[in-house]
Design a protein around this ligand. Structure first.
Ligand code: DHB
Ligand code: MG
Length: 224
């Protein structure tokens, strides 16, 4: 955590580029005040997402699992031209996220859609097919872990060669490597890793992380 704080204070100082620390701090404060769980990505993980979006020059981003919109704000900060659609199953969470995102000045770059991902992503796919929304350049999956693979599979249908897919919380204190946990979240993490590995459309890796979010990690995959 000390390294998180050191790195963040020097690499995203008060005077830095978007998103402003005021907007980020407001989002975290308001999220806590409204009673949402304290499980957003860390500040440097948020910055990681922003830089990944910039690397792929993302114009169209899908996020599954908005929570209070903290990671959404980071993703939306990647470019003035980006459109982010974020899916949130909990109505109250979606309302809090919309307020946090508007406060950050990104209301026109972000749409928060309320509903279960398996219902809402097909609706987003319709918008892409009708030309109302661009094919996805980046997908960030951070919702119910049991559906990780279903979300990846649905997102591939509206992706293109080069689309980057990032799945949060797959390492889970190392339990990813254990077959017999009986924990549905670990099983959701194992399933998405194994499915990505078997899928000819994808190439991927697991990136382990430490710090504020304890020992965890991302699955990162690219659409071939
Ligand atoms: C949990 C979910 C997350 O997405 C996360 O980053 C950390 C914890 C959870 O459900 O406990
Ligand atoms: Mg997460």
């Amino acid at each position: 955590v000390a390294v998180d704080n050191y790195g963040y204070s020097h690499l995203h100082p008060k005077s830095s580029t978007e998103p402003s620390n005021d907007a980020l701090e407001y989002a975290l404060r308001n999220t806590a005040k409204e009673g949402l769980p304290d499980i957003a990505v860390s500040p440097l993980q948020g910055k990681f997402l922003k830089i990944q979006a910039q690397l792929v020059r993302a114009k169209s981003i899908l996020e599954v699992g908005t929570l209070g919109g903290y990671s959404t704000i980071w993703l939306a900060s990647s470019s003035p031209d980006v459109k982010v659609v974020s899916v949130e199953v909990n109505d109250h969470h979606a309302e809090v996220a919309r307020a946090n995102i508007a406060n950050a000045g990104f209301g026109d770059r972000v749409e928060v859609k309320h509903g279960p991902g398996v219902d809402v992503i097909p609706r987003i796919a319709e918008e892409v097919k009708q030309g109302k929304r661009g094919k996805l350049d980046l997908v960030f999956i951070d919702a119910d872990k049991e559906n990780n693979w279903n979300y990846v599979d649905l997102a591939i249908g509206i992706s293109h060669p080069g689309t980057l897919i990032i799945v949060d919380n797959v390492v889970r204190q190392g339990l990813l490597a254990q077959a017999d946990t009986g924990n549905s979240r670990v099983e959701g993490a194992r399933r998405v890793v194994e499915k990505v590995g078997q899928d000819e459309r994808l190439d991927g890796l697991v990136l382990q992380t430490v710090g504020e979010k304890s020992y965890d990690g991302f699955l990162i995959a690219i659409v071939k």
